[in-house]
Every structure is written in C-alpha cells, then in structure tokens.
Design a protein around this ligand. Sequence first.
Ligand SMILES: NC(=O)C1=CN([C@@H]2O[C@H](COP(=O)(O)OP(=O)(O)OC[C@H]3O[C@@H](n4cnc5c(N)ncnc54)[C@H](OP(=O)(O)O)[C@@H]3O)[C@@H](O)[C@H]2O)C=CC1
Ligand SMILES: CC(=O)[C@@H](O)[C@H](O)COP(=O)(O)O
Ligand SMILES: [Mn+2]
Length: 387
Amino acid sequence: MQQQKKRIAIFGSTGSIGTQALDVIEANPDLFEVEILTAHTNDELLVKQALQFNPNAVVIVDERKYEKVKQALASTDVKVFTGEQSLEEVAAFDTYDMMLAAIVGFAGLKPTLKAIDNKKAIALANKETLVVAGDIVMQKAVENRVPIIPVDSEHSAIFQCLVGEARNKIDKIILTASGGPFRGKKPNFLLNVKRDHALQHPNWSMGAKITIDSATLMNKGLEMIEAKWLFNLAPEQIQVVIHPQSIIHSMVQFEDGSIKAQMGLPDMKLPIQYAMAFPQRIPNNFPRYDFKKINTLTFEDPDLKTFRNLALAIDALGKGGNLPCIMNAANEIAVWAFLRNRVGFLDMTDIIEKAMNHVKFIAKPTLDEYLESDAEARSYTASLIQM
Ligand SMILES: NC(=O)C1=CN([C@@H]2O[C@H](COP(=O)(O)OP(=O)(O)OC[C@H]3O[C@@H](n4cnc5c(N)ncnc54)[C@H](OP(=O)(O)O)[C@@H]3O)[C@@H](O)[C@H]2O)C=CC1
Ligand SMILES: CC(=O)[C@@H](O)[C@H](O)COP(=O)(O)O
Ligand SMILES: [Mn+2]
C-alpha cells in the first residue's frame, strides 16, 4: 500500500534550518511534500524554492517584495501572501500536517501558536518560542493533543534518548555546548572581538543570530529554558557541559545512574529529518561519525564568570515568569546591534542585564503580558543602544 505523504509547512524556509529541511524533502519525495513556504525578505530564494517544490502557498513577509514574488509565480498555482499577519493566516490552513517552525526569534511565536490551535504537529527549531511563553505553548499543545518534536540538536538528542523511557525516571539531563569560537578566552580578549570572528562557529554552520548566541553562550541558556518546557524539568535537573567536539549532542541520566547519549557528526539534517519523519526513523546517506577519526571526546565546565549571558539565563530559568521573555527580547536587540557593530561583545551582557532589572517582573503572565513584556524590553533595550 502506498503511504500518504506528510505535507510540510516550512516557516522560515529561506534560512539555515529551512533550506536543510528542503534538502531532506528533496531526498525523500515519497515521504514528504511541501505545502507552505515562508520568508521574511529573501524573495529570490523563496521564488526559487516555490518553483522547485510547488507549494500551495508562500508568504513573503516584507510587503515591498510582494509584487515581485507575485509576478515571478504568475504562471503557477502558488498563492502568494504578504505582511506579518499572513503568517498566522496560512498557519490556520487545513491543508498541511506538520509545521517546521524555523523562523528565527520572537517572530516565530504567533504562527506556532496558531498552528497548535489548528491541531498541527510541530517540528520545533525556533527555541525562542518556548523561551518567551513556554508554559502557554506547552499547555496549548496538551489541550490540542499536538506533538511538539524538537529539532534543536540537543533537544532532539534528549528526545531520542527518552524513547521507551518513563519521564519520571529522569534524574537530570546534560546539555552539551561546543563553547563557541571564544572557548577559554577571558574578558580582556572578548572586549575587542568583532562580528566576523564571532560568526566563525567551530562546528556548526547556522544563521547569524544563533551563531552569535553560541559565541556568548546565550544559546545554551536559551536551550536550558527550552529543555525545561519540552521535558517538564526542574531547573536543578538541567546541567550544561562544554564538549568542544559536538559529537555527543546531549545526554540523559536516569534515576539508576545510567546515562544515555545521542551521538553523531554535527549535521542539522539529521535532527530535522528525525523530527519530520517521526515516529519513523528513515535512512539517509549523511556522513557517519567514525570513532577512529575523532577519538578524543573532552568535557569541561562552562566559565560563567566570563560568559555571563549563561549566568543571566540560569537566573531567568530559576525565577521564571516573564523574565526569560524579557531576557530574550533584550538579547535579540543586543545581537542585532552587535551584528551591525553598534555595541561590543561584552556590552550585550550589560544591556540584557539592565533590561532584566528594568522591566516589571510578572510571576504568571498571560499571553498578552508576555507580548507586552517583549515590547517593553525591546524598546528599553533600543533606548540603551540609541537605535
Ligand atoms: N541553524 C541551525 O543550525 C539551528 C537553528 N536553530 C533555531 O532555528 C531557528 C532558525 O534558525 P536559522 O535557520 O539559523 O536562522 P536563519 O537566520 O538562517 O533563518 C531565519 C528564517 O526566518 C525568516 N525570518 C527572519 N525574521 C523573520 C521575521 N521577522 N518574520 C518572519 N520570518 C523571519 C528568515 O527569512 P529571510 O531569509 O527572508 O530573512 C529565514 O527564513 C532559530 O530559532 C534558531 O535558534 C536551532 C538549532 C540549530
Ligand atoms: C546545532 C544546534 O543545535 C545549535 O544550537 C548548536 O548547539 C550551537 O552550538 P553551541 O553548542 O556552540 O551552542
Ligand atoms: Mn542547539
């Protein structure tokens, strides 16, 4: 019997995760088909993708690019949408099975919530969605019986380690971090580092925002908060260890002391494919990890005094409420400014800390309060940078 193809809606199709997801779909035409593609401003790549994969609909968020995309796709049946609100409009379509949430940052939150309300499975790359409003997202997922399958490599590793295990048997999880390009460096070195250096991740090729987050270790802080919500963990059950080779993608220690690890070469296509095919595991020809070639795996503690973003995130994880949301908003603006050489590497931490102290703490925010906290943190942070 022929299997029905899974219809995938890729939100953020022109990014690092989005393009790799399309590679996975191209390699598995019997399993997947593309239903929706979305981009922010990259109209040329979006059009190219649409011509190749023939989706039902595309979104170009940037309204200035709408006519160009419409014209380029005039000879096809592809429906073209524009504007920020159209992301939610297409997320409400009934014609897809799974959303790959691969927009970067807070902008991914609302479309993902809409897809959950629409009872669509979520393959979640966009960690900021859970950092901003993890309690609301997970609650909605339970209410709508929607699976949230992690794409982030560490969380995919933990998810894979937990197959066949009872969640209440977890002692702790161990999130591995590469340490980024500045592992071992001290503040006097970090004071003068520039964007081009910070964008050189030792192991992964990723979008600019997450690459800077890896360099500051904010990425690991965001991932601790992401893990809390995905796996329903207490803060003290989440440990970070620096593992510069990025071969062990994360580990779970169970109550009997046994530790399971998921390993492989650093290649996001694997967790993307795993999430899209779940609950199946499907073959591929990705390069394999050879124990004899990379035969030294090392581990060390993170330096929280130098990489203070991780310490701030641990504080936000512990205090909860809207603090992770405030931290995320300030971080997005700080990274944006660093990428444009408006602030220094260490300034990012000071800016985020100020925003966390400035915006009013709310212990149990509503969705509207999360949105307001995000907006307030952004405008306060922007005022510090004088954007
Ligand atoms: N890259 C990776 O290996 C990993 C990424 N992640 C997470 O996945 C998410 C995506 O990361 P990555 O692919 O690296 O990011 P990229 O910057 O490469 O891509 C981001 C995508 O989102 C779109 N986009 C950007 N801003 C907006 C906006 N305001 N509204 C709508 N769409 C927008 C971009 O469109 P356009 O191209 O037109 O600008 C692009 O399609 C992030 O949350 C990241 O943390 C997690 C683990 C690994
Ligand atoms: C590929 C992936 O999941 C990234 O989040 C990666 O983990 C970043 O590397 P760091 O471990 O340096 O943050
Ligand atoms: Mn990760």
